[in-house]
Design a protein around this ligand. Structure first.
Ligand code: PGA
Ligand code: ZN
Length: 436
């Protein structure tokens, strides 16, 4: 018999992919079902995000999480014991109320999100179904289009280049599994190009090649070359997706591209990105301007939104109200959904639903600091997000997510539907095709 009330839960301190402590929560239900989840951590965080609680001081650079683990064991556990978990919304509301701050700074966003996700896992386990299926609740789902990083830059590579993520998307692949095959060939081709140019110097935080380039555009050139040398047609088969993460190099409409020795105002930055779109097969651009640059986001969306996905990450911080306001005003046409940016599973879902209601693209996303936790793979399928962004195609904290989606795709057999082009908020024929 299922009894989805919480018998006990506890927090423990584990380690993330950057070698920093993080919070894991384990939930045991009365019927014996168990759920477990680990909080990820960002490095290029948005201003409106839920805040992680860190110990400060000098130990581990101030990143230790004894206080956040203490929140779970001393406050969250006693408040949640006996609660029925079948209604995730009630659990999450209780967590938010218990914290009592708008930014989750009292108990810690890390303590809260790990608890919220662990409870979700326990409920699915109690129901005896995979997490994605529990979330789908019988509604049709698509296997997401993966956005995969080939070069990592910005805050994830000591600002070696200004742009943060140089990624590929394979919307013309017939399945998730084929999209991974294509990406693997492109990753190999990019590595070969780096070695040939004497630029193979290791990898960045999310496992993409270390960007030993002389200019931001050189990374784009190399990526376009890697796509072609791996044998794929740019734009029609494989496209480029950029996370500019512009808040990291500018605010107040003033942007300092250190590598290019240029300082740009909003219009000059939008023009520069527009020029790249003319020359390279770019299908998606995330945070093209700073998180405070509403006018810039409007301008970029107005100029390129008809043929390119315009993603708000720091700009929307997985917040349903911000998504609604952006949609009403014409800023961005896609939302990045990071559970720990919102704070709880329910709030992340609300942001995703606001995006879908507005006709936005929706992308479930990992953080630069990750672990073996695969919750987001299930969220991306179960919520029918259409897209999943995890980082590169190396390192097991990334591969764990890709491999989990492969398992889900296999389990669906013939009925598996890959989102492909349908993931984007524009149609394939409108997609930017670079000048020959
Ligand atoms: P973060 O970066 O996890 O370091 O915030 C990821 C992103 O900007 O998409
Ligand atoms: Zn981003």
């Amino acid at each position: 018999m299922t009894d989805a009330r919480i018998a006990r839960l506890h927090g423990r301190r584990v380690w993330d992919s950057r070698g920093r402590p993080t919070v894991e929560v384990e939930v045991h239900l009365v019927d014996g079902a168990v759920g477990r989840a680990i909080a990820p951590a960002g490095a290029s965080t948005g201003l409106g995000e839920a805040l992680d609680l860190r110990d400060g001081g000098t130990r581990f650079g101030g990143f230790d999480v004894h206080r956040a683990v203490g929140s779970v064991n001393a406050e969250i556990a006693p408040a949640l014991v006996d609660l029925d978990t079948t209604d995730q919304e009630t659990v999450d509301r209780l967590l938010v109320d218990l914290d009592g701050t708008p930014d989750r700074s009292r108990l810690g966003g890390n303590a809260i999100v790990a608890t919220s996700m662990a409870v979700l896992h326990a409920t699915a386990a109690s129901a005896g179904v995979p997490l994605w299926q529990h979330l789908a609740g019988g509604r049709p789902v698509r296997i997401p289009l993966p956005e995969i990083q080939i070069f990592g830059g910005g805050a994830h590579a000591d600002r070696r280049v200004d742009v943060q993520d140089f990624m590929v998307v394979c919307p013309a692949a017939r399945s998730f599994s084929e999209a991974l095959d294509w990406t693997a060939e492109i990753y190999r081709a990019a590595g070969a190009l780096m070695r040939k140019a004497g630029k193979a110097q290791g990898v960045a935080d999310e496992g993409g090649f270390w960007p030993a380039f002389g200019a931001n555009e050189e990374a784009l050139e190399t990526l376009a070359l890697a796509i072609e040398s791996a044998g794929f047609a740019p734009a029609t088969q494989v496209g480029i997706s950029l996370d500019v993460a512009a808040s990291q190099f500018g605010n107040g409409g003033r942007y300092a591209l250190a590598l290019d020795h240029r300082i740009l105002d909003t219009t000059a930055l939008v023009d520069m990105l527009g020029g790249w779109m003319e020359d390279y097969p770019i299908l998606s651009v995330e945070d093209p301007v700073g998180e405070d640059d509403h006018e810039g986001m409007l301008e970029f969306t107005r100029r390129y939104g008809h043929r390119c996905q315009v993603v708000g990450d720091d700009y929307l911080v997985t917040n349903a109200k911000r998504v609604e306001a952006a949609a009403a005003g014409g800023a961005a046409n896609a939302v990045l959904v990071k559970p720990n940016q919102a704070g709880t599973v329910t709030e992340a879902f609300q942001a995703l639903r606001a995006g879908k209601d507005a006709g936005f693209g929706t992308i479930v996303s990992a953080r630069s600091g990750e672990t073996e936790d695969v919750t987001i793979a299930h969220l991306s399928v179960g919520w029918d997000a259409g897209q999943l962004k995890v980082g590169s195609f190396t390192r097991s904290e990334r591969m764990a997510k890709w491999n989990e989606v492969l398992r889900i795709e296999e389990s669906l057999g013939e009925s598996a539907e890959f989102s492909g082009w349908s993931a984007f908020p524009f149609t394939a024929t409108q997609a930017s095709t670079p000048k020959p």
